[in-house]
Design a protein around this ligand. Structure first.
Ligand code: SAM
Length: 467
């Protein structure tokens, strides 16, 4: 163990600029200077490769007590060095447990980079891509707290609050213990990419929802008014449902459907933790939900976030850059379902507004589905021209596609995503719609739980640009 621990200490010292490798190796008083020096230099040389493999194998997430520098040295020895010949101490069985996954991740990395030898990985560009620069977005659950209180809590914990961001670049370069308020969403905090808040007490208590910014767009753009009836057609695991409930202030009703019993079970836990009380969960095929059922006669809003290829998902981009392209057959099957679900949703009689979203970047699941649905509904719905300042628009494959929103790590510093907002062209004659439709742009923060102080950086969200 001694040599690995000593190497980890040297690496940490180099990173914090306490000295050069040579100086720190000599200062370590480790007897076999040559062995230690070689181990540190080799680990350092493969640093980016090791980071990529350790991240995609989820080693540090699984082994919380294993410090990153020691992990790097041990994984170097296991995969690229001479293997453990004793000396790894209590970490040997731990590394043994992860060995198969680590080896598989190294092999996948080589395949992706089109190389066969380990050394060739050094020239093949293991630099962090834009996906790894996407920050950790944290939505404040306004059913339980408010942004000001959460900001104060983090400040008391030693985090440094930088105010409301005014550009996307500020999000990309966040470091250390700094955090910001998102320039577009007033209840969204932004932390550096590596921040892990899964164990944080505010997350555990349901005050925070760990949700990518792009995935906050659907509920925000649907903007149901408190008291209204909403369908969440493909709802589990429920992050967007809890966002809808927060916008409704728990007043009104959400009918949430999903086919998958397991996902619904974890959704029920998530909603209970988030304090959601206005939602009815049902294990049901949305295509079998009848629009003429009296239960749904007041449904003015539908959120449709159906199963998709997930080709825009960050985890996929981080683990398999460029490998997220699904087969033609799979795309066809997914698009077929998405198309049917969208056309079905548009037949609900009182429907005024619908948001269609996917975490896919494929045109077949996005613009093509939207275009066909618009054609089939024969002019009764149109695309709402939402968020005019959003920098990435739908692919111009049909007239009006620019009203759709796209998101990618490169353009919006978020996961890959697609959103289209449908609005009814005329109110149906059989339904009396008394409420004015809300604006598609973001609304001011809901009423906070305690008297709100004016934030230095507070601004009207409607006037803020999103870049
Ligand atoms: N909106 C969810 C959220 O924000 O947490 C994510 C939804 S996920 C992309 C798609 C969901 O659709 C899956 O949970 C899947 O089980 C569900 N699903 C697939 N086919 C369905 C159907 N015919 N009816 C209802 N749900 C369906």
């Amino acid at each position: 163990m001694a040599v690995y621990a000593a190497a980890a200490a040297v690496l940490a010292g180099v990173e914090t600029r306490q000295g050069s490798i040579k100086g720190l190796v000599y200062a370590s008083r480790f007897q076999n200077v040559k062995q230690l020096y070689a181990l540190v230099c080799e680990t350092q040389r493969y640093s980016a490769v090791l980071d990529a493999v350790i991240a995609s194998a989820g080693l540090l997430r699984a082994e919380k007590k294993l410090r990153p520098h020691l992990a790097k040295v041990l994984v170097y020895e296991l995969l690229l060095g001479r293997g453990f010949k004793g000396g790894a101490g209590r970490w040997k069985p731990v590394l043994d447990r992860h060995q198969a996954r680590l080896k598989a991740e190294l092999a996948r990395l080589k395949v992706r980079r089109g190389v066969s030898r380990n050394e060739d990985l050094l020239d093949s560009g293991c630099k962090p891509g834009p996906a790894s620069q996407v920050p950790r977005f944290v939505r404040v659950n306004t059913l339980k707290t408010c942004a000001d209180d959460v900001i104060d809590y983090f400040k008391r914990q030693g985090f440094s609050y930088q105010g409301r961001a005014s550009s996307l670049e500020e999000l990309r370069v966040l470091k250390g213990k700094s955090f910001l308020l998102d320039p577009l969403l007033s209840e969204l905090l932004v932390f550096p990419a590596q921040t892990d808040l899964h164990e944080h007490p505010l997350y555990q208590a349901g005050h925070l929802i760990l949700q990518d910014k792009a995935s906050c767009l659907p509920a925000m753009l649907l903007a149901p008014t408190p008291g209204s009836h909403v369908i969440d057609a493909c709802a589990a695991p429920g992050n967007k449902t809890s966002h809808l409930a927060a916008l409704l202030k728990n007043q009104g009703k959400i009918f949430a459907f999903d086919l998958d019993a397991k996902r619904l079970a974890s959704m029920a836990t998530l909603l209970a933790r988030a304090g959601v009380s206005c939602c009815e969960l049902a294990e049901k095929d949305f295509l079998a939900v009848s629009p003429s059922d009296q239960q749904y006669c007041q449904v003015q809003y539908i959120l449709l976030d159906p199963s998709c290829s997930g080709s825009g998902m960050l985890t996929r981009q981080l683990e398999e850059p460029g490998a997220g392209v699904p087969s033609k057959e799979r795309l066809q099957a997914l698009a077929g379902f998405q198309q049917r679900a969208l056309c079905h949703a548009l037949t609900f009689p009182a429907l005024q507004r619908l948001v269609y979203s996917t975490c896919s970047l494929c045109q077949e699941e996005n613009e093509d589905v939207v275009r066909d649905a618009l054609q089939q509904c024969q002019g009764s719905f149109r695309l709402a021209p939402v968020l005019p300042s959003w920098p990435h628009r739908g692919l111009s494959t049909f007239q009006g596609a620019e009203h759709c929103l796209r998101a990618t790590p490169e353009t919006t510093v978020t996961g890959g995503f697609f959103v289209a907002v449908f609005e009814r062209v005329e109110a149906p004659s059989s339904v009396l719609v008394t409420e004015a439709l809300p604006l598609p742009e973001p609304r001011p923060s809901p009423v906070p739980k305690r008297k709100r102080r004016r934030r230095k950086d507070a601004a009207t969200p409607n006037t803020l640009p999103c870049t």
